[in-house]
Design a protein. Structure first.
Lengths: 435, 432
């Protein structure tokens, strides 16, 4: 490599044009480097400035950090995108008291095993290592309803309570495969590591804590609880605040997104993202009106949702225990003017997805249907992609499940509740051919 | 800066002849200047990159529009059972692609003088301050259609454009007596005090504003405008016609948020905002907001009954004959499935049978009826909180469902009242 040296011209008596001037001597390679290096440094400084603003001003608090039970207290600014400036407030939704009014804690558990025979179910219990006493009690024919292509087991409370968390986990994952078992399919859940702090809330009595722990079962990093009637029935005699406990158990992670609209917001650009499906007429007037407010304003996310979702976001369906209106039904009706009856027939859904949609492999956009499925293609959860990693969905069909906005990470984790051992959910997006 | 810098081949300078090196000679001042300039260049490049990143931020326009003077700053509603409301007033506009001006351009200008005879009409026109050309045009028999009910006059656009303000005012006062003359009977109107800002922050050209000012007329405290077709015909192109139409159809709207904190009385808020059996629809969001350590602002829109949530701040974009007017809006406020549109008589009967007069303070969901001095119902809307109402001012597809201040609604419906009279507000509450 070249070498550079600096001298004062008069020191060494070298020939110089100007006495006292600094003289730099360098090889040709070094000179070339000295030309290229400053250019690289200048370019690098420009890039650093660009990166600094992007990363610190807009994406410092990306929603990707938001996950079940890890919600920070304050809102986070989402990654920049064509959706505009979006702020997300992580929170939990809990069932409203009004939806608990006709809840019957005395309802007996009813487990449906589709495609199973009685002996296959008993084999299942045997394989998980239930006690001989439990197996003996399960052999009582009064507990069984044998129907075409399925058997129904009406277990006694003692059998249910007698299962260990590991046994319950195996049996309930099997039950979660069949839509009739609505609570195993969409159970209460919480992050296991947060359990102690969460159960320390005053609403949980000591008996309630014990019972919750006894009925809970693990799935990944989550703890699940499906035996809501049994829990409520056992607690109602104790004088505990059963409604308060159920309400707390029902909490579901949710995101409350808001759009930042300022006088310099390019509403037309936002409409190019949000205004598909003829929704410009619904959204544009309000967003433009807010953009005229000198101080700007954080706008409710309702402003960019179609009427179907506006009416349902952050609400519960009512006192129903299976209305069939799950994430698939919600996704199929998201842009609909007139809502289709529920539930959506799986075959019909697949045919419609094939006929009216095409798969999208990257860069999902507003309105794309998000499908989380097994490797076999069976759908576990579905929703509608909104922006960044936000999804509009409903994860179950019971009174406990609100229509809500979740992060994709949370929805993926919840979809794992139905996953069998070793299964990794597959995420796909489908775009309407017309939109 | 007298001392320069030379870069020369060592052979020529007699230096390092064997190595083929370069020698650079510079004064100390120039060397310092070069170093400082380089540092400046690096910092400048960084700043430029920062600026470019700012320009590339999504969905934020490069130019902020000027803001209309009418837009009020953020203000707090009066305290009440509705909680702590933060309000802002702004202007809502019909999206340009839904104006449908082409269909209007084909509408003929026609005035109807009900019950008038040719002699009486000539006498009336003669009493107006018209130019001879205007008089000739308006009395030309080829522009008249006389039938048993009265006389239709089809004036030329030139005449409509040229009328003096006094003549226009007198003529339209007469025409406004008859419902057939829709634009004179229900003209566009604005309080004179706000009219000066009609075109604020719009892209309407000065020449177009001048045409509008010539066609508009003042009656009492209001600026009125009836000559839609004439105005459009005088504008140079579709862009300008759209801009003017948007400006004239602008309405004031209120945007409000409920401040919910851990200290908020959520039960009281649920009782207030859950009226009409909608407690379950608003409790989850209120409870979630109250559990956040820093609280949250909940949009008022998300506290409205679900069907209203879907509708607020939108335009119906349906045929006017569907009569999605103020009464339909009011009496369907709590309905999961709305009743079909109906005539005023139907809604008046409903008010009598299903509602009782409110003697205490109005509360969320109460019906406000505005009566003219002759006791005719001119408007109905829904009380929301403080001075905020949910309203649709008219059956027009260009009238949005919106939140508004009561004062703005009263202003909107007071334009044709005599100066010493006022609208009478009456409050009603659903019996159930």
């Amino acid at each position: 490599m070249g070498r550079i040296s600096m001298q004062q011209s008069r020191d060494k008596g070298q020939p110089s044009l100007r006495p006292g001037a600094l003289r730099f001597k360098a090889s040709r390679g070094m000179v070339l480097l000295l030309v290229v290096l400053p250019a690289v440094i200048v370019f690098g400084a420009g890039y650093f400035g660009f990166w600094f603003r992007k990363s610190h001003a807009l994406a410092a608090a990306s929603s990707h950090t938001v996950a079940i039970g890890q919600h920070g207290p304050g809102p986070a600014l989402l990654s920049a995108g064509p959706w505009g400036l979006l702020e997300a407030q992580p929170t939990f939704l809990r069932i409203p008291d009004e939806c608990l009014q006709n809840f019957k804690p005395s309802a007996a558990p009813r487990w449906v095993f589709r495609g199973y025979s009685t002996s296959q179910v008993l084999s299942l219990f045997r394989s998980v290592g239930v006690s001989a006493d439990t197996l003996a009690s399960l052999s009582n024919p009064d507990l069984w309803q044998v129907e075409e292509q399925q058997v129904v087991l009406l277990p006694s409370p003692a059998v249910v309570l007698g299962l260990t968390p590991a046994q319950r986990g195996v049996v309930y994952t099997v039950l979660a495969q069949f839509p009739e078992n609505t609570m195993q399919r969409a159970p209460f859940f919480w992050r296991t590591k947060d359990e102690a702090e969460w159960l320390a809330q005053p609403v949980f009595t000591e008996q309630a804590r014990t019972l919750v722990r006894r009925l809970a079962y693990p799935k990944g990093e989550l703890s699940l609880l499906a035996d809501v009637e049994l829990l409520a029935g056992a607690l109602s005699a104790s004088g505990a605040d059963v409604a308060g406990i159920l309400k707390e158990l029902s909490r579901k992670p949710a995101i409350l997104p808001r759009l930042q609209i300022r006088p310099d917001t390019d509403v037309a650009a936002m409409m190019r993202y949000w205004g598909g499906a003829g929704l410009t007429k619904v959204m544009q007037p309000a967003l433009e009106a807010v953009s005229r407010i000198p101080q700007g304003r954080m706008v409710s996310f309702l402003a960019v949702l179609p009427p179907f979702a506006r009416q349902r976001l952050n609400t519960y369906p009512g006192s129903t225990d299976d209305d069939g209106r799950d994430g698939i039904w919600s996704a199929m009706n998201f842009f609909a003017d007139s809502v289709q009856p529920a539930p959506v027939d799986p075959v019909q859904w697949k045919n419609r997805l094939k006929a009216d949609y095409f798969p999208v492999f990257s860069d999902p956009r507003y309105g794309d249907i998000l499908v989380i499925s097994r490797p076999s293609g069976e759908v576990l959860q579905a929703g509608v992609y909104l922006a960044d990693d936000l999804v509009f969905t409903r994860v179950g069909t019971t009174r406990w499940e609100p229509w809500t906005i979740m992060t994709l990470a949370d929805l993926t984790e919840v979809s794992g509740i139905r996953a069998l051992n070793g299964e990794r959910p597959v995420i796909s997006y489908y775009r309407n051919r017309i939109l | 800066m007298a001392s320069g810098r030379t870069i020369h081949e060592p052979e020529k300078a007699g230096l390092n002849r064997a190595g083929g090196s370069l020698v650079v000679e510079a004064s100390r001042g120039l060397a310092t200047l070069t170093a400082v300039a380089f540092v400046g260049l690096v910092l400048g490049a960084g700043a430029l990159g920062y600026w470019i990143a700012g320009r590339a931020e999504p969905a934020v326009s490069a130019t902020a529009s000027a803001l209309p003077a009418q837009v009020a700053p953020t203000y707090a509603a009066k305290p009440g059972p509705w909680g702590d409301l933060i309000c802002q007033r702004s202007i809502i506009e019909v999206p340009v692609e839904y104006l449908g001006l082409r269909s209007w351009e084909n509408e003929p200008v026609q005035w109807f003088f009900r019950g008038s005879s040719p002699e009486a009409l000539k006498q009336f026109l003669g009493s107006l301050e018209l130019s001879s050309q205007e008089k000739d045009d308006l009395t030309n028999p080829s522009r008249w259609q006389v039938n048993a009910e009265g006389i239709f006059v089809s004036p030329s656009l030139e005449t409509v454009l040229s009328l003096k303000t006094t003549a226009r005012n007198q003529l339209y006062l007469e025409l406004g007596r008859f419902e057939e003359n829709v634009m004179q009977n229900q003209p566009f109107h604005w309080p004179v005090s706000e009219a000066k800002d009609l075109f604020a922050s719009t892209r309407v050209r000065a020449a177009s504003i001048a045409v509008f000012e010539k066609l508009s007329y003042v009656r009492g405290k209001y600026l009125l405008f009836s000559d839609w077709k004439a105005l459009l015909s005088a504008l140079p192109d579709a862009n300008e016609r759209n801009a003017v139409a948007q400006a004239l159809m602008r309405r004031f709207a209120v945007f409000a948020q409920l401040r919910v904190t851990p200290g908020s009385d959520v039960e009281a808020l649920v009782r207030y905002w859950g009226a009409g059996g909608h407690e379950k629809d608003i409790r989850p969001i209120l409870e979630a907001a109250a559990r956040l350590p820093q609280g949250a602002n909940v949009s008022l829109g998300s506290l409205l009954p679900p069907p209203v949530r879907a509708r607020v701040y939108t335009f119906p974009f349906s045929a006017p004959e569907e009569r999605l007017n103020c009464h339909w809006t009011t009496f369907n406020f709590f309905n999961e499935t709305p009743e079909p549109p109906a005539g005023t008589r139907y809604w008046r009967d409903k008010l009598k049978t299903d509602y009782v007069a409110v003697t205490d303070s109005p509360r969320y969901g109460d019906v406000l009826v505005l009566l003219k001095p002759d006791h005719s119902i001119v408007h109905s809307c829904i009380f929301v909180a403080d001075d905020i109402v949910y309203t649709k001012n008219g059956g027009s597809p260009f009238a949005p469902w919106q939140l508004s201040t009561l004062a703005d609604v009263m202003d909107f419906y007071s334009w044709d009242l005599a100066s010493n009279t006022a609208l009478k507000p009456l409050w009603y509450r659903k019996r159930s």
